[in-house]
Design a binder for this molecule. Sequence first.
Ligand code: SAJ
Length: 425
Amino acid sequence: MSFENIVVVGLGYIGLPTAAVFASRKKRVLGVDINADAVNLINQGEVHIVEPDLDMLVHAAVSEGYLRASTEPEPADAFLIAVPTPFKTGVAGHEPDLAYIQAACDSIAPVLQKGNLVVLESTSPVGATEQMAGWLAKARPDLSFPQNSGEDSDIRIAHCPERVLPGHILRELVHNDRVIGGMTPRCSEAAVLLYQAFVEGECILTNARTAEMCKLTENSFRDTNIAFANELSIICDKQNIDVWELIRLANRHPRVNILQPGPGVGGHCIAVDPWFIVSGNPDEARLIRAAREVNDKKPDWVCSKVNELAGELINGGQTTREAVSIACLGLSFKADIDDLRESPALKIAEMIAELHPGKVIAVEPHIEALPSQLTDRGVRLTNLDEALQANIVVLLVDHKEWKSLSVSFGIHQRLLDTRGVIAQS
Ligand code: SAJ
């Protein structure tokens, strides 16, 4: 068995880098996406997403003829599905929506052939790989699948969740270990053979359900640890203790490793995936749900602190509420990226602008224009120098531009540093 022709369905933050890395190993790769603009751009050797070095890799792969993009799949040896798994809209709670996976199945089913491998890479609730196999089997009754034919099936199916960190995707794709969960042991072996084309980490075999749960567990573990840090930060504020020093000290214990508090947890993974465990296990997943709630409520706490600081300035008789200016440092969901989606910093800036009658400005070195939810509320994009003159400076993202900055604030100024990076002199 060899995998020379690979189709990758979904050319987003995971699918495109994965397609490009396979192509860089001289596999013939067809990337498939419903976004025709992205497909056209990729065929010109350009990219529609921001990720270090991805543009160069895609350009080289397209110029050498190993990577092509299309809105329609073609027959291949292996199919990788890397499409989004958002929440269902219009229903209460946080139920995963597998509609994109189902649509991917519909698109590849007509071109499937005996001997093909289909791998689900999208982060998915437990049971999604079996569901995917069910959809494919229904569309292709002429082929046999592992759920009915076990090791002798025509089609092999596996789940191999991506685990890469945005900003470091190309390095982590190659060097991270991969958890590979086949629907049967032979499915797992086939998937290992596929990934060995570029993975230098270890490929560890398990079954599909465990692989699904493993990915959700990794992100839930991180979310719970950050929730612990966020809860500590609120307790420390009340107790007049420096939470950053506290965590530094506690982490000197050989078996303690607490992450860092912040303004909340954002992005499309850590703030989403734990809900996939909760929605499938509402009575059992009590800690995982509580962690999500703690992190989701942190932006409200930050806004109430800003309000408190404004009150301090006004009560001191130094100014009026309308005259208080507020600057937000950073809007992205984490440091040194331009991604504003699901960003707690953006949410906080929006809430401040909504509630505060005075001037609100923002600094975000990675964007050129503010999104409309801020401009509609009168927020202006500015530079760091102007922002540091504001009455209240709210540091929301630990971008390198102001990490380790030492600032001396006047008596009419207050700093709320949600990331603990600015030293006051
Ligand atoms: N954050 C904190 N404190 C910390 C660390 C992070 O507040 O100590 C916040 C960040 O500011 C951000 C959020 O958490 O708002 C998430 O950022 P992140 O860097 O922790 O994670 P992501 O969402 O960029 O990527 C995660 C990674 N998962 C783990 O580290 C377990 C990555 O490996 C996954 O592949 C990715 O989710 C994914 O695609 O699921």
